[in-house]
Design a protein around this ligand. Structure first.
Ligand SMILES: Nc1ncnc2c1ncn2[C@@H]1O[C@H](COP(=O)(O)OP(=O)(O)OP(=O)(O)O)[C@@H](O)[C@H]1O
Ligand SMILES: [Mg+2]
Length: 701
């Protein structure tokens, strides 16, 4: 989590913006049910009448009202009397009155508390067919007992009646009210939509940016790994970590910026709104308890399975990878049935667990829907009772039901997140693991600089043990390679030839002794400087997708003359001539469209294209025929005479190394002979055995 925050930190301003816009979205979204309640209650039930002091009253109705109050004077003061046949403006409309009418003055005082009781009393009289002139005040008081909560709705209902008596068009009032409220709702909904779009856009963009950075960091980190760090993770695991795991982290960030922000905010605000309806809010508590309990059950059974699924996906991937890589061998050995069985086994296991998890989710979904629908029914049922008691209006019920859905949804999201986050954090941890891996091969703090000229490469009592291995692979290796010299290594497979070579560009560091170049310990110089001096053709020729030219240049600036020279020396010219596209002949991934020997030659050309102080060829001539091998070596010798570079050649064939200045014979990680071909033939048993097995007596002579 801390690691994730490190990445989010630079975007703190954006996060704040997302917070603000989420707040706006929540507030606007949750204002809508209130407006809807207003439309239903005030707009439909009370015909759009919201005022507590009537704007116009016929003189007959006014007289009736005044019967129930002593504040006649104060009420009348707020109105001007317009006589029958005259016109006046009421509710922004000019009306000609057919009766004497009291019209509320523009600058009226708020007399709602004074006029409420007379209106309610008159309303009750009309409801119960009582004569206003003779009715006993105490009768009215008994009738009104316990209805205090409903006074305001009575006022609204009776005001409607008063308006109709005046001749006002109540339908227009109602339509206007609903229209204006509707427009307000539309406006608010529009703001909410905009806020939602902005937050989604910002969250998606930020998450994508962070993921890009994370991917780049992991990639660069992996690039900096030495072979020993590589061996800690498998290649496919590193690929998954750079791709799949980063995507998971991206989803998590997006979820944090959207869901984790909106759900609690929405939930809390909706809870505040819901608590305005104490009569029914207990329903919510019940619903939430059921949902949370359901989620916990789901979590207990399903979440551990998620981890297994992830692992099985890994396994299926690795089996598929191996199958595809080894397709030719599998076909040749007719071992498809075994491979299929291996695949089927994992696939079946995967299907079993996947089906279990799917079933859990499949069961959970209808149950959730049932709970939600049950909640709606319960809300309607219990609200109906409240409406019956006149404590709640229909509009309130509708609003409550919407708020309740918001609360439940928010709770569901929060619970789901509680299970999702730990899952995604697994991916974050996997990325972190790569990032926290300490590089074992590092540049010295105060690096020494290598001279420009060629110098002596020297191994001084070098021993080496592969990381994690128990036994040394190289034991007390000492030799010198002078500028302009060709030094060859020969020995049986596994004798440590490639290992010696790998130590020179510091793919691994020596376990004991030292390697120096021009008198500088190679651990003391910058790796980049060291690599600049070395041209290295690996034992397994590696080509990259692109064309022949891009594979030889390999991102470096190579002049045409150098390029052609490298092509000629490496005997690659005929590869270009065989293909119509010449140097632009496409190379597929891993060089699968060229032969082994062609691959070797192109990789030799790559090694030679740039002028280096040391050239290393690790068994790079093995797939070449004798004639090509010979030609290549003689042209290579020409080049070395000119450049005075040091050449190290690993080979299995005596003929390849016969003319080398120095031959080093290895056996089980030890040097068992060192000298020229002739010297070794005389005094090295191992060399003699190799030589006799390969060359005829005449050749040896
Ligand atoms: N990455 C590694 N981790 C552990 N041990 C290794 C590793 N690479 C090689 N070895 C071991 O080191 C020993 C020497 O291997 P090396 O590759 O140097 O042999 P080689 O002489 O180049 O053989 P070949 O002629 O087959 O290329 C072998 O016994 C091998 O098992
Ligand atoms: Mg080797």
């Amino acid at each position: 989590m801390k690691y994730l925050f490190k990445y989010i930190k630079p975007y703190i301003l954006v996060v704040l913006m997302i917070f603000v816009f989420t707040f706006v979205q929540v507030q606007t979204e949750l204002a809508l049910p209130d407006y809807m309640a207003d439309i239903v209650t005030d707009g439909i039930q009370y015909a759009g009448i919201v005022e507590t002091v009537p704007k116009a009253i016929t003189s007959k109705d006014m007289n009736e009202l005044l019967l129930f109050t002593k504040d006649d004077e104060q009420i009348l003061k707020q109105y001007s009397l317009i006589e029958k046949g005259n016109k006046a403006v009421v509710d922004n409309k000019e009306i000609e009155f057919i009766d004497d009418v009291y019209v509320l003055k523009e600058d009226y005082e708020d007399i709602s508390s004074i006029i409420e009781m007379p209106i309610v009393s008159t309303y009750i009289c009309h409801q119960q067919n009582l004569d206003v002139n003779t009715v006993d005040i105490s009768t009215i008081q008994t009738n009104l007992k316990g209805l205090e909560e409903n006074y305001s709705s009575m006022v609204k209902l009776y005001t409607g009646q008063l308006y109709r008596n005046v001749g006002l068009n109540c339908e227009t009032i109602q339509t206007n009210y609903i229209l204006i409220s509707g427009l307000k709702m539309l406006g608010i909904a529009a703001i909410s939509v905009v806020a939602q779009l902005v937050t989604t856009y910002l969250a998606t963009k930020t998450a994508a940016k962070i993921a890009t950075k994370m991917r780049k960091d992991v990639f660069e980190k992996v690039e900096s790994f030495s072979s020993s760090e590589f061996s800690k993770f498998s290649t496919s695991s590193l690929i998954t970590r750079t791709s799949n795991d980063v995507t998971k982290a991206q989803q998590l960030i997006q979820m944090m910026l959207r869901m984790m922000m909106i759900a609690p905010m929405m939930g809390l605000t909706a809870v505040a709104k819901v608590s305005q309806y104490p009569g029914v809010s207990w329903l919510l508590v019940v619903a939430i308890c059921i949902i949370v309990a359901g989620m916990i059950v789901l979590a207990i059974f399903a979440v551990p399975k998620f981890e297994i699924i992830q692992r099985l996906v890994d396994k299926i991937n690795s089996i598929t990878r191996e199958y595809l890589d080894g397709m030719l061998v599998i076909r040749a050995f007719n071992s498809q049935p075994q491979e299929e069985e291996k695949f089927d086994e994992t696939n079946r296991e995967f299907r079993k667990i996947d089906r279990f998890v799917s079933n859990m989710v499949n069961i959970a979904m209808p149950i959730m829907t049932l709970v939600l629908n049950g909640l709606t029914v319960a809300i309607t049922w219990f609200s109906a009772k409240q409406i019956d008691l006149d404590v709640m209006s229909i509009g309130d019920m509708m609003a409550f039901s919407q708020y309740a859905m918001h609360v439940v949804m928010s709770f569901m999201i929060v619970t789901v997140m509680f299970f999702m986050i730990p899952r995604s954090l697994v991916s974050v941890r996997r990325i972190e693991e790569v990032m926290n891996t300490k590089n074992t091969i590092l540049d010295d703090d105060n690096p020494e600089t290598l001279p420009k000229e060629n110098g002596v490469l020297s191994f001084n009592n070098v021993t080496f043990k592969y990381p994690g291995a128990s036994e040394s692979v190289l034991d007390n290796i000492s030799f010198k390679a002078n500028p302009g010299e060709t030094v060859a290594f020969i020995g049986s497979t596994g004798s440590g030839k490639s290992t010696i070579i790998k130590l020179i560009p510091r793919l691994f560091d020596v376990s004991g002794g030292s390697i120096t170049y021009c008198g500088h310990d190679i651990r003391k110089v910058k790796q980049a400087d060291l690599h600049d001096k070395i041209g290295y053709a690996t034992q397994k020729a590696i080509l990259f997708s692109g064309d022949i030219k891009s594979n030889i240049e390999f991102g470096r600036e190579i002049s045409d003359a150098d390029l052609n020279e490298a092509i000629d020396i490496s005997q690659s010219r005929n590869i270009l001539e065989e293909n119509a596209e010449g140097i632009h002949t496409p190379i597929t991934q891993g060089g699968s469209n060229v032969s082994g020997g062609q691959k070797q030659r192109i990789s030799i050309a790559r090694t030679l294209a740039d002028k280096k102080n040391i050239y290393i060829f690790d068994d790079s001539f093995s797939a070449l025929d004798y004639a090509t091998d010979k030609k290549l070596r003689s042209e290579l010798n020409e080049l070395i005479k000119k450049t005075k570079s040091t050449v190290l050649i690993v080979a299995q064939r005596i003929s390849t190394i016969k003319n080398s200045d120095k031959i080093i014979v290895l056996d089980e990680g030890k040097i068992v002979g060192q000298g020229t071909h002739e010297e070794l033939l005389k005094n090295c048993d191992v060399y003699q055995q190799i030589a006799y097995s390969q060359l005829s007596k005449e050749e040896l002579a």
